[in-house]
Design a protein around this ligand. Structure first.
Ligand SMILES: [Zn+2]
Length: 277
């Protein structure tokens, strides 16, 4: 069985921590570098349900995409839910390691996993400077409605489902995808000249402006908004496969798991009576 330090070194080679954004908090949150690791669980969010799952599974290492303490902390007291997670993990000898924006900008990264889940062919990065997002070519042109149906079918189910802005009959040939909040990438999407953009956490004004501008400039842009968790979860499967392969290469006795627990914070939604479509 490998030591935690060996597994972390392998993960750092996949997602070099120095490639994380300066505001980010990636790396090992808790764990003994000398402890043996036999079981690893991958998940998107370091929340209590996931900590409980890691403990029940007998995992020695939990790897999450989102940081536990993005803004730092001066306390890990168990009276706060984050401190509770730290306490429970340490009590059960579970290490926690985070790969966030260093996994976004990696090759393959979070958006490659998203494109793979959607069965899209990647032709390049959306933002070449930091390797964020991916531009994809559709094998056959499809409508925005068909593309949204593809996302609904292929991404893990959430209460939010898929929200779409644009003409459902619009024909798509090239699309951009970005796992997680893609709100800040509209300029890159425009510059890429794609027909649609699939991401998460899109807000009223950027969407409104993008669809307004679209009618007067390059052509209409379809916008597909999936749940943040659903756009990043495919990375867990990709990451688990990558670690499995490393484990095989090293002859490690490592079991690698992916959490299927939906930790998207939205619990349910109602469609208003008389809503359009
Ligand atoms: Zn995220």
């Amino acid at each position: 069985m490998p030591r935690l330090s060996e597994v972390i070194a392998a993960l750092d080679a996949l997602w070099p921590p120095e490639r994380a954004e300066s505001w980010d908090a990636v790396g090992t949150v808790c764990g003994d570098p000398d402890a043996e690791v036999g079981r690893v669980l991958f998940a998107v969010d370091p929340v209590q349900e996931i900590a409980d799952e890691a403990i029940a599974l007998g995992a020695d290492l939990l790897v999450t995409h989102h940081p536990l303490y993005l803004r730092g902390t001066t306390t890990v007291a168990a009276g706060h839910f984050k401190g509770r997670v730290v306490h429970d993990l340490i009590k059960h000898d579970v290490a926690l390691h985070v790969a966030h924006t260093n996994a976004d900008t990696a090759d393959p990264g979070v958006s490659d996993a998203l494109a793979g889940a959607l069965d899209l062919r990647v032709t390049g990065p959306l933002v070449p400077e930091n390797n964020l997002g991916r531009i994809c070519e559709l094998d056959h042109p499809e409508t925005l409605a068909e593309f949204a149906a593809r996302a609904a079918k292929r991404l893990p189910a959430t209460a939010q489902g898929i929200r779409v802005a644009g003409d459902p009959d619009m024909i798509l040939r090239r699309v951009a995808v970005s796992g997680g909040s893609g709100d800040s990438l509209f300029d890159a999407v425009r510059a890429a000249g794609v027909d649609a953009f699939l991401t998460a956490d899109l807000r009223h004004h950027p969407v409104s402006e993008a669809t307004q501008r679209a009618t007067r400039s390059a052509g209409p842009l379809g916008l597909v908004d999936a749940a943040h968790w659903a756009t990043e979860w495919p990375w867990c499967e990709q990451a688990a496969a990558q670690l499995d392969e490393i484990s095989d290469r090293h002859g490690w006795d490592l079991r690698v798991h992916v959490s299927k627990t939906v930790t998207d914070p939205w619990s349910f939604h109602h469609t208003s009576p008389g809503a359009p479509n």
